[in-house]
Ligand binder design. Structure first.
Ligand code: FAD
Length: 265
């Protein structure tokens, strides 16, 4: 069995800033981490390998420094890391990104399962996983909260739906997007960190993928960020503090008067 986990490097959530002029994330000078929801995908892949054997591969598309997040996956127990990086990919939206990731998976060959996080904490679209499956014409199962069993032909899954869980069998190869309940991410071990430090990460560039240049980068991106802005808070809040009977009564009177004035409108 060969499992590919797609992981994205994202800015540390507390330091995310947007350029309101260009509509893009300001990445300079911001600490980067593995997309927190991808840690569950990594754990799901390693747990499957622990049970059934095989190979796990972490693939990330991003700038050269995204190798740090691949090393984190390796230190948790992923076997192999692949970085997909090229200046030609700059400006790619989710559709172009998933085309490039899909072609990378074709190049890797012999993949039984692709596991993605539910969504990335910066772009937050949740589109890349299902779009990769669409590019590869693979079945996709989203919001997976448990991987029950696995054989050479199919995988039995539990899927989170609004009022419970849905059980399903999906033919291999397939793509899953997983939610937090699927597994508890393990911490990197010292051995894992030493192995990750020494590991070679395979670099895949645009030339190696023989991509259609019309499908990548800004030119190949059918969507554009039209506008980005902070929502204005239009509600006003007044706090009424009360420390004794008199101030409680005064507060209640004020509240009554306020509600009366609204009813009159
Ligand atoms: C309209 C639009 C325009 C954009 N323009 C630009 C731009 O000009 N420049 C720019 O830098 N970015 C741009 N982006 C952002 C870029 O497309 C996204 O960073 C990328 O496609 C991932 O989308 P997401 O963050 O919504 O991931 P989601 O779809 O929320 O991620 C879901 C899962 O997919 C996998 N995944 C997502 N991205 C990757 C990745 N890169 N490598 C491996 N696995 C991944 C992970 O498993 C993740 O958990 C644009 C996005 C949009 C929607």
């Amino acid at each position: 069995m060969r499992i590919v986990v797609l992981i994205k490097q994202v800015p540390e959530t507390k330091s995310v800033k947007m350029d309101e002029e260009t509509g893009t994330v300001i990445r300079e000078g911001v600490e980067s981490i593995v997309n927190p929801l991808d840690l569950y995908a990594i754990e799901a892949a390693i747990s499957l390998k622990d049970q059934y054997g095989g190979e796990t591969v972490a693939v990330s598309m991003g700038p050269p420094k995204a190798d740090i997040c691949i090393k984190e996956a390796l230190s948790m127990g992923i076997d192999k890391g692949v970085l997909v990086s090229d200046r030609a990919f700059a400006g790619s939206d989710t559709w172009a990104t998933s085309y490039i990731l899909g072609e990378t998976i074709k190049l890797l060959g012999d993949v039984d399962m692709i596991i993605c996080g539910e969504r990335a904490t910066d772009g937050d679209t949740g589109q890349v996983g299902p779009e990769v499956a669409a590019h590869l014409s693979l079945p996709v199962a989203s919001y997976i909260n448990a991987i029950e069993s696995f054989n050479n032909n199919s995988v039995s899954l539990s899927r989170q739906v609004e009022q419970g869980d849905e059980m399903l069998d999906v033919a291999l190869p397939c793509l899953l997007t997983v939610v937090k309940e699927v597994a508890t991410p393990r911490l990197p071990t010292l051995d894992g960190k030493i192995r990750a430090k020494a590991a070679d990460i395979q670099l895949i560039t645009a030339d190696m993928l023989k991509l259609n240049p019309d499908y990548i980068g800004l030119k190949g991106s059918p969507t554009r960020v039209a506008k980005i802005f902070r929502p204005k808070v239009t509600r006003e809040c007044e706090l009424l503090f009360a420390k004794d009977d008199a101030t409680i009564h005064a507060g209640v009177d004020k509240l009554y008067a306020f509600l009366d004035s609204k009813e009159a409108l």
